[in-house]
Write a protein that binds this ligand. Structure first.
Ligand code: ASP
Length: 291
């Protein structure tokens, strides 16, 4: 079983969503999907929290308009989705009418992932996939360190076992990256770029064979391929080599996600959303040195 994570850079507009059905047909082993917020949305939500009342209105309309545009372009007309969007709008309006505590900030930031996952669920259902969306706040149990909460692994395994393994369901589950909740049900976030971490946590809890991370590049390169055209793709790395690359400031993967996969020996495969048939970069415990 494969857990697949789609990052914000793979969800920039309606066209990007259309890449995902092909990947699911090509990789029937993908049984669990973790999604980030669409590109730039978390930044916009942060901006919204600190601007003036008038700007807040504009920011709110921009964020909702962006998502409604995607919904219209994908011709999604399910009642379930429009009710959900209305619910989020009400929640957001309530949140922005007050000052933000760290706790409310996490609640606000969770909206990006909740919107992208609701749209992706509805889109994949419209393409004929058997998809069930799970609220990550019911799966990823954390402490109350708002803004950078720590997952409580034994609780997460327990919840995953009772809510996922117990179901007689052979479709695909989808959930949000980045967000979780305390044992009392208060929304938390795992820190910026934390969706990789969510995907790694779920891959461990579900005892997945592999974690596939889809990006807008084909894997890990010797240099940034967007800046240096001669950059070479590295096909294989071990976890220690990947740590070194991450330490050099590359934001290819979230550090705690690599650490968790190394600890539980879950291979990570970084692949391109645009060219999923390419091998990408495989990170596991093998000994080959990075070139
Ligand atoms: N949406 C969150 C962020 O932009 C988490 C993630 O995408 O990994 O930081």
């Amino acid at each position: 079983m494969i857990v697949a994570k789609f990052g914000g850079s793979t969800l920039t507009n309606a066209k990007d969503f259309k890449n995902i059905p092909g990947i699911l047909h090509h990789r029937p082993e993908i049984k669990f999907i973790v999604v980030s917020a669409c590109k730039g949305i978390t930044d916009q939500l942060i901006k919204l929290s600190s601007c003036s009342s008038l700007e807040k209105e504009n920011c709110f309309s921009r964020i909702m308009g962006f998502h409604k545009n995607i919904i219209n372009s994908l011709f999604l007309d399910s009642n379930e989705l429009s009710n959900y969007i209305n619910k989020i709008e009400i929640e957001m309006k309530e949140l922005i009418s007050s000052n933000f505590s760290l706790m409310q900030m996490d609640q606000l930031l969770s909206i990006g992932e909740r919107l992208s996952s609701a749209i992706l669920t509805s889109y994949l259902q419209s393409c004929g996939f058997n998809i069930s969306c799970l609220d990550a706040r019911k799966l990823i149990i954390t402490d109350d360190n708002f803004g950078r909460a720590h997952p409580i692994m034994h609780k997460i395994k327990e919840v995953c076992r009772s809510s996922i393994f117990s179901q007689n369901y052979d479709g695909i589950f989808i959930t949000q990256g980045f967000i979780g909740s305390t044992e009392d049900g208060i929304t938390t976030t795992l820190g910026r770029e934390g969706s990789d971490y969510s995907a790694a946590i779920l891959a461990v809890a579900l005892d997945a064979d592999e974690l596939e991370i889809y990006k807008d590049v084909a894997g890990v390169y010797t240099h940034d391929p967007k800046i240096e055209p001669g950059a070479q793709l590295i096909e294989k790395l071990n976890y220690s080599e990947m740590f070194k690359i991450s330490n050099k400031g590359s934001n290819v993967l979230h550090f705690p996600a690599i650490k968790l996969c190394q600890h539980y020996n879950i291979p990570m495969n970084i692949k391109s959303i645009f060219n999923p048939y390419l091998k990408g970069t495989l990170i596991n415990n093998h000994e080959r040195k990075a070139s």
